[in-house]
Every structure is written in structure tokens, then in C-alpha cells.
Write a protein that binds this ligand. Sequence first.
Ligand SMILES: [Zn+2]
Length: 90
Amino acid sequence: MARVNVHCPRCQSDLVYRHGQSSKGYDRFRCRDCHRVFQLTYTYEARKPGVKEQIVEMAFNGSGVRDTARVLKIGINTVIRALKNSRPAG
Ligand SMILES: [Zn+2]
């Protein structure tokens, strides 16, 4: 089974597989753990332009990882990943 780099918005499981397409042609996914069906287009706020910048800005302003994730409606792991990637090399 092809692994997809998608996490379930409900249980954060990565045991997710493609489950056809929505009426608008977006990919739909289904979680093997909780069987939730979801779409990337509305679950992955982090994919939108500018979200990564917002994560970094909130961190500089003293927001915790959990606060940032809640405000931006994204996963904690996404916040952590964005902060790691934004760290200046050296
Ligand atoms: Zn799930």
C-alpha cells in the first residue's frame, strides 16, 4: 500500500490511504485507525502560503507550540517541523 504523507486530523495517525476524490476533484483520504474520511484541502491549513511565517512569528512573540497549533488550526507536529526548518543554519 502506498504510504501518503498525510496525518489524520482526528487521531494524528499516519496510517492514511487515498479514498477517491471529492465532487470537486480533490483527493480524499481515509484513516485506518479511526476510519475518518477527510480532504487535504480543508485539513491541511499548513499547506497554505504564509502559515509557516505565522508559526515563526508566533514563536518569536512567545506563543507556545500548543497555542500556535490551536490558533492556526494545524497539528503540533506541523508547528514543530516548521520551527525546525526555519532555524538558521549555523
Ligand atoms: Zn484517525
